[in-house]
Design a protein around this ligand. Sequence first.
Ligand SMILES: Nc1ncnc2c1ncn2[C@@H]1O[C@H](COP(=O)(O)OP(=O)(O)OP(=O)(O)O)[C@@H](O)[C@H]1O
Length: 363
Amino acid sequence: MQLIRLQAFDLRCFQEFDLTPVSGVNLLLGANGAGKTSILEAIHILGYGRSFRGRIRDGLIRQGAGQLRIQTRWLTDTGMAQQAGIQHTGSDWQARMNGADVDNLGRFCEQFPVLSFDPGSHELIIGASEVRRRFVDWALFHVEPEFHPVWRRFNRALKQRNALLKTQPGTQELASWDQEFAEAGDSLHHLRKLYLKTLEPVMQRILSRFLPECGDLSLSYSAGWREQQMSLLDALRLNRDRDIQSGFCGVGPHRADWQPSLDGRLHQGHFSRGQAKLLALAALLAQTEDFVAKKGFWPILCFDDLASELDQAHFSQVLTWLAESQAQIWISGTESLPVYQERFPRAKLFHVEHGQIQTPAGE
Ligand SMILES: Nc1ncnc2c1ncn2[C@@H]1O[C@H](COP(=O)(O)OP(=O)(O)OP(=O)(O)O)[C@@H](O)[C@H]1O
């Protein structure tokens, strides 16, 4: 799929912008603070219903404005033109698609599979487990129809069980939620585990291209309880007293995690920031390839300040991968055009300067 028009009103430093991107590579070039990341932020909001730079009150809405609006026209994978918009009035997001309100933000976001690589992406490898769960859940949300109902059912059970735990419940009371929690949790666990199994060889292939010296990759998965030794239901029963004491559920898929390791010996604590970035990039590209294999079309790919994130050799390898892809790609950077022109002769340039965007004459 591809965006064919992207407009934003009162987003950060932009009073308004209106872009007509191409289906291939779109370059957002300009000085620091010009607004390049804010354009990628607009695309991210379409795909996730939130910014990747904090909450709305952290400055997403332009200073002095009361609300922000993002509008887009896009072509679906079957080539159908659609239009949609999302706005934030200071209290919540409201979305519209083809002229009708969309109540469920998830239904809106599923139209926009967007994957982003930015200066914070190494967090996927060395950050908190929540980032890694989100990574897997993003893919499942888009490629696995069973996932969304299972995820909602599990989160509801988790919320209800945690609320009950705060009331110092009796064993019987808790048991009624344990069953529901365990059933939904088991399904969620199996979907995630299977996804990582599929992703591992794809990521290994990409990694051996980018980091041949790295050796063999494996992705280890931890379920959030001792799944080798007991069922989730048994783990809940065993942990019941501790849960009642702490007032929240200490075992289950909400504590799940996955970790890459190299040659069976290098783990999370060993990776340099640069290695973590490359592993995160390999994970993102693997996720993209898996998405294409399952869905039959490409997600939108966004790269914020790509050149500054990678050394020369890896930067060049990533550009080669991107040149071979058929995705709509957005790349922001401060470097001059020739770096990209050679690889992407048909790229469209957007020159970003102090909240204004220009395209060279003739484009
Ligand atoms: N709420 C706001 N209202 C007005 N201006 C804002 C607001 N939030 C951020 N800005 C300004 O908008 C610009 C946004 O910069 P952005 O991060 O998009 O730039 P960039 O081109 O990606 O920069 P860099 O290359 O340094 O990453 C900055 O100049 C910032 O000061």
